[in-house]
Design a protein around this ligand. Sequence first.
Ligand code: FAD
Ligand code: SIN
Length: 541
Amino acid sequence: MEYKFDFLVIGTGIAGLTFALKVADYGQVAIVTKKEAMETSTNYAQGGIASVFDQYDSFDLHIRDTIEAGDGLCKPDVVEMVVKAGPERIRELMAWGVEFSKETTDQLHLDLGLEGGHSRKRIVHAGDFTGHEVEQVLVDRARNHEHITIFENHIAVDLITYSTRMKRGVVTAAHEDFCCGAYVLDTMTNEVHTFHAKITVLATGGAGKVYLYTSNPDIATGDGIAMAYRAGALVANLEFVQFHPTCLYHPEAKNFLISEAVRGEGGILIDSKGRAFMEDYDPRKDLACRDCVARAIDSELKKSGDECVFLDIRSRDPEFVRKRFPNIYQKCLSFGIDMTKEPIPVVPAAHYMCGGVVVDLDGKTAVQRLYALGETASTGLHGANRLASNSLLEALVYAHRAAHRAAEELKTMNAELCPNLPAWDPMGTTDSDEAIVVSHNWDEIRRFMWNYVGIVRSNKRLLRAQNRIEMIQKEIQHYYWDFKITSDLIELRNIAMVAELIIQGAILRKESRGLHYNIQYPQKDDKFWLKDTILRRPFVG
Ligand code: FAD
Ligand code: SIN
């Protein structure tokens, strides 16, 4: 089947939906999403959205905290733009119907939380269900918009690109120039459809599933980063994988985060003997930035041989804890842990990709007519380490800017630039009878990424990881072309690609900075490495 739209948005998280709602007044919008619309990282966000609302806070302080967390690699113009745009974007969400928590004493004022690395209370939240509240409002609005069509259970396979060099008859297999849409697999019918679009937006979220342990939902397989790289876009800083210090440690709990807001409200990290250890690592103790807290836990676990540490919030009134963290309280209770009476067992897990597809101040990539937003993008806001709750903020601000730019671009566009797109060539036509190969490779990647390219890295481990990924990539290439594609195969191909890019970035960066720590280069090297690690697919032919 062929579809024609003005805008194709890939992803129904905060970034994709916000963009779609804003451009829908200018043209027809298709949003494809690989599961149900609500199944996004956005939906699971707990802590909130960082922005300046408190009388004792200021833009300068939020800018300073963001830059300090980013450890030298934040782009100051981007930080200033995002921080200053924050309050307006949050007010817009409220006008759309999002209900954030208010101060109990004064229902007019937002209740502001505190998280690691923030010098003031500035986390706008809806209890500890912030993401769900935002996602629900955005999905409802998109479903009700007459110019928006949501295609659920549709997974984008690859972008369709077109080179002006080809048009001039000089067929070099060089980087393509224009994006004209995407091939998308309908996972219910197993058909691949061609989506033509004048403007395409990657809003596919992060890539936590590249790692064995992650706070991310299953959709987070780095598809947008892999597709953009294959299409010739630039990707940057993928070595900066953020590990959240506190995910619930329980054999039956899959991917459940214990929000940093728990530490913001007085929770402290203790070891199995009850000793608070963060003061050994950072003067800000439990409210140090995430890279520092995750490394401290890693070091404690290696020293003690224990399997987890504990987060203790028993100092707070149980009624307050139940009210402030209803989601976390209930989830822990479902595993037999009453957080008002006992410490919560926690471990670090892969949480957020600070790097991604390189974009300009309006979310445009190096491939024309292709935008990247939200966690898929590398805007320069986070540098080497993201400040807590700056991600939802970034997604909102960039979706707004990109929507304005894309609407303008549409007006001036030559619609004939991408004529007659070829239909998807199914190549391998047989069904695979060896799905085990896919699941085996998938497990192997996630395991060696965790062991060799995790919180603490070394040259030897990185090279080992590089050798493994090269072998697996060959197998995947063979498998990919020989059999009919499935969503598992598409995701495996993408996590392998992203794993390879993370390893490349980590090998290139010969220093330790922010989230990247290599024991062979334990120091920061501002002379050579005060710069992004930018990767681009090599020219073929
Ligand atoms: P997502 O919300 O992840 O949406 C991605 C979308 O893309 C999904 O619809 C998915 O199905 C779709 N998709 C992916 N690949 C394809 C494909 N190939 N084809 C079709 N569709 C595809 N950040 C904060 O700022 N504050 C917080 O409090 C916070 N808490 C968090 C808690 C948890 C548990 C997690 C996991 C993250 C948290 N983060 C938080 C980070 C933040 O939630 C994410 O970075 C942000 O929601 C990403 O939004 P997004 O729109 O870019 O992507
Ligand atoms: C959390 O609630 O701890 C997550 C916040 C974030 O990832 O920004």
